[in-house]
Design a protein around this ligand. Sequence first.
Ligand code: AMP
Length: 585
Amino acid sequence: MLFQELAETYERLEATSSRLEMTEILAESFRLFDPTDIKMATYLTQGQLYPDFHPLKLGMADKMLLKAITFASGAKESEVQVLMLREGDPGLVAQEIISRKRQTTLFSEPLTLRRTYETLEAIAKAEGGGSQDLKIKLMSKLLSDASPSEAKFLSRIITGRMRLGVSSMTVLDALAVAFATKEDRDAVERAFNVSSDLGLVAEEMALHGLEGVTRIKVEVNRPLRAMLAERMSSPEDILEKLGGTCAFEYKYDGVRVQAHISRGEVRLYSRKLDDLTSQFPDVVAGLKRAFAAENAIVEGECVPVDMNTGEFLPFQEVSHRRGRKYGVEEAVEDYPVKLCLFDCILKDGEDLLSRPFLERRKVLESCVTEDDSVVLSEMRVLSSAEEAQKFFLEAIKEGCEGLMAKSVADNSVYRAGNRGFLWIKYKKEYRSEMNDTADLAVVGAFAGRGKRKGVYGAVLMATYDVQADRFQTVCKLGSGFDDANLASLLEMLAEDRMAERHHLVDSKMTADFWFQPRLVLEVRGAEITLSPIHTCAFGAIRKDAGLAIRFPRFTGRFRDDKEGREATTSQEMLVMYQAQLKQVE
Ligand code: AMP
């Protein structure tokens, strides 16, 4: 299959922001593509070479890409740079320069999808001395054989700017439509949730249809998508929702870890499926000691502890352990952690996903020997709101965020990748109407003035509307930042810059800068109010108003474990607003 076919699909996808149209375009293309190429096509559509959990990532700095464009086209470096300053998007630069190029390349080889993919793979793998030159050479060879449109998408893919707005969920919709029926969508999503591998699901669908995806099972060393929780604001409501009795656990404030154990080897994955193994050698060693099973997949929260008192410390302490390449040993000593296990998904080859929660807990208890570094989560099965409230206060006193309530009904399965009422979080902020925190996505920014000249003065924050797949603004955030935060904000947002408002963002405000909604910040607010200029849950309470956070303040916590779409949802904001009203009454 030619890469051009894929580029044509991208052109069509780029021209629409309707999820329905995107699904149709993708489904149509999937049917036409060669089934053996569909895996590669799916990864590239997501701007990736492999599934999220694969440690090897594709990435090239703009500067290197511009060099490759220069080599490929014979254009002057200054010409390319001027264009980059004007466009801000290396994709458009490549497209323009390649189309200006005189048609003199007599021996250009056609770009097959396989060749394109394998070259990008070689670029990702190149390391060590001379690798920069090699990467530029490989990229420029691809570009010199590319059409302007192909060059645009290649450049976006390699610089991490493939922003077609095609979510994994849209790809799953399209796969169901292309190779089965709309009604089979759930089975396709299940396969993705247990494998986290969109390419694999696409390939199985293309080659073997529904039968292929139903064969996809949980496997050790292939992380599954995490089960998520809804939120409620009182133990009474929670107990009622969960049928009168449920398991309450401490809600630890740390980093979620999915551990895959196989014959004494341990791999750790984050909630976003990044490989954390090398950053937590102490947790790896602790799990090796604690585990009796031949193989297992377990989940828990990694919480920072005070090595002298054994008490839990605030979350920020554990963030010192994330993203380190060097100094891991020192960090282990300076910021010790404890792993509090709360679920078991597989043991000795047996998939426990469809077992009720208490059975999974029993299996977990049977194979773990607790010590200082690995423990089971504190859990109590309760039917009384009063006792739940007492347990909640105990959790807070211990330094936890609150409680997690878990259904113990027969259907309390592990729902990979799903948010639902089988798990309900009950956090301390919800008790006080003026003290909520929300995790919001940065969608825009305003130029700084006075002391903030040269950095952002404020950022435009949004919730995520799950039903509509849109980001809706909820506040303009300017407080709570120190100089260091502001500087890192500038850096972190650089790669998300867009020339105009992202098509998934609903905003009545006009920001000075717009971003791809990716970065999530934790924000504390004084109050949630109605506002005509914010679009969060617009019309839900009053026809002409949305919800807004009053006096928002950045808590200092960059939620880099969350993606844009994992921001607090507009629906949750509505629940928070209503809960707040109840408490005021
Ligand atoms: P939130 O990040 O506020 O949406 O809350 C969900 C997160 O709470 C999960 O992703 C876990 O990282 C964390 N958590 C802490 N304790 C537990 C527990 N006992 N059971 C499940 N999740 C927990």
